[in-house]
Design a protein around this ligand. Structure first.
Ligand code: KIV
Length: 284
């Protein structure tokens, strides 16, 4: 379908807003897997980056609980709350016209019971208007995934290294090595059987991720899981070099946004101090 554009008023979001485009749905990801076509996912937490990634053709935008580290400045994803994530998810969902937008259920908002998971996920669907949710965990989360999908909420599972369980897992460590591969396979099959539309695999050996991808009907999305998954996901601040701190080995920096922003901020400061901005052209 052709994308037509119209100029949006100042402050209303993207400068050029697509008014007609074909929305990515969960079944499109399944169809892409069947055709052997890879798909893309990036995190997004605000309207401008969501609009840019949407325009770039990123298939899925994840309002990750990594907003904890990348928006709110927490050390881990554990403290971030539903009330902190919903406004970010609403901004992303409003700005994206083509991408499928899903949001993470944060730590403590779904583990207690399938009912708790349903009530939390329903808030994201109603208040943020996302198209689905992601939650962390394998076989132990099957009742939650079953409850949500039967209640009309698409669920993306997340197995392997699950950041919300950082303390239980003993830190940032590759999961599914050696004998643990069988457990990872069992988790992947369990979330598929429970009804997940896709599964993220984080920090797992490439050969294990490739095997799981071949065995599952649903699409897999890798982050530190090698090149054999159906899709890939990265945290956007890592991918564009806004985060200049330590990043894991699986991150590739596709740009140097830190340098661009730093130069712009310095130029602005220089011009204001020199009295050259604002100029006559910026003055009423
Ligand atoms: O919250 C997040 O950013 C994630 C990705 C790392 C998959 O869960």
């Amino acid at each position: 379908m052709t994308i037509t554009e119209e100029r949006a008023p100042y402050g209303s979001g993207a400068a050029h807003r697509p008014v007609a485009t074909k929305r990515v749905r969960t079944h499109h990801l399944l169809e892409m897997k069947r055709r052997g076509e890879r798909f893309t996912m990036l995190t997004a937490y605000d309207m401008y980056t969501a609009a840019v990634f949407d325009e770039a053709g990123i298939d899925v935008l994840l309002v990750g609980d990594s907003a904890a580290n990348n928006v709110y400045g927490y050390e881990t994803s554990i403290p971030v709350t539903v009330d902190e994530l919903i406004p970010l998810a609403r901004a992303v969902a409003s700005a994206a016209h083509r991408s499928l937008v899903i949001a993470d259920l944060p730590f403590g908002s779904y583990q207690a019971s399938p009912e708790q998971a349903y009530l939390t996920a329903a808030r994201f669907m109603k208040e943020a208007r996302v198209a689905g949710v992601k939650l962390e965990g394998g076989a132990e989360m099957a009742p939650q995934i079953d409850r949500l999908t039967k209640g009309g909420i698409p669920v993306c599972a997340h197995i392997g290294f699950t950041p919300q369980s950082e303390h239980a897992l003993g830190g940032y460590r590759v999961q599914g090595r050696g004998d643990a591969a069988q457990r990872l396979l069992a988790d992947a099959h369990a979330v598929e059987e429970a009804g997940a539309f896709a599964v993220v695999m984080e920090m797992v050996p490439g050969d294990v991720a490739t095997r799981i991808t071949a065995e599952l009907q649903i699409p897999t999305v890798g982050i530190g899981a090698g090149n054999g998954t159906d899709g890939q996901v990265l945290v956007w601040q890592d991918a564009v070099g806004l985060n200049t701190g330590h990043t894991p080995r699986f991150v590739k920096r596709f740009a140097d946004a830190h340098t661009v922003l730093l130069a712009a901020a310095r130029d602005y400061a220089t011009e204001v101090k020199a009295g050259t901005f604002p100029g006559p052209e910026h003055t009423f």
